[in-house]
Design a protein around this ligand. Structure first.
Ligand SMILES: [Zn+2]
Ligand SMILES: [Zn+2]
Length: 218
């Protein structure tokens, strides 16, 4: 509610008017083909697997991010998640829908927040994004995943991978084709753990969709 009353400033550049100005929205880093068909990393030519994902067990069929997780996207995600500027979830969903095709699934679900974070923030950013996308893509949004333990950590890649392995459980009878929504794709370990749980619960194909994706250099 509060963000409706405060003067609006762009969370990326600080100019007055709206929480995300037209220019900053337009300049959010594009992730353009060719891409790795599996993990969505930009590559020199189209590949089925790339340096980033080869040799890894990833439960999802493909992962896509709408924008690169650069400094601007980082500011936006921070304002949306930590400052609770909820209208930004709708902005983020619009950007996703403009830049990515609908994932071709029966339903959307989302990466659950751990309890502590949810209580602290009063909302789960991934859930809000999923709800906004479900409305745009006219798909149901189902709460299918829960955390089995612990919290999410995004330190080093190794830390993230360790901390999310087996971290989720999914409700039995998951739809055959489902997309798991998250705000940021960093190493893919979270999306992979969520996908593995969904497949154990009956999903045949899981797509991962994120607002922002970390891009490696070089
Ligand atoms: Zn701006
Ligand atoms: Zn890849």
């Amino acid at each position: 509610m509060l963000d409706l009353l405060l003067p609006q400033r762009c969370v990326v550049c600080g100019s007055g008017g709206s929480q995300l100005c037209t220019e900053c929205r337009e300049e959010l880093q594009r992730i353009e083909p060719p891409l790795c068909a599996r993990c969505g990393a930009p590559t020199a030519w189209p590949v089925e697997r790339c340096r980033e994902c080869a040799g890894r067990r990833l439960g999802f069929a493909s992962a896509r991010g709408a924008v690169g997780y650069d400094a601007a996207a980082r500011r936006l995600v921070h304002a949306w998640k930590e400052r609770g500027l909820r209208r930004l979830a709708a902005e983020a969903a619009q950007v996703v829908a403009e830049r990515l095709p609908p994932p071709g699934v029966d339903a959307l679900t989302f990466v659950p927040a751990d309890r502590g974070r949810r209580l602290e923030r009063g909302h789960n950013p991934a859930e809000r994004l999923a709800l906004e996308l479900a409305a745009i893509w006219e798909l149901p949004c189902l709460q299918l995943l829960e955390r089995t333990r612990g919290g999410r950590q995004r330190g080093s890649s190794a830390t993230e991978r360790r901390s999310v392995r087996g971290a989720f459980r999914a409700t039995d009878g998951a739809p055959r084709k489902v997309a798991v929504i998250d705000d940021v794709y960093t190493t893919g370990a979270t999306a992979a753990a969520a996908a593995t749980a969904l497949r154990a619960a009956g999903a045949r194909r899981v797509e991962a969709v994120a607002f922002a994706r970390a891009l490696r250099r070089g």
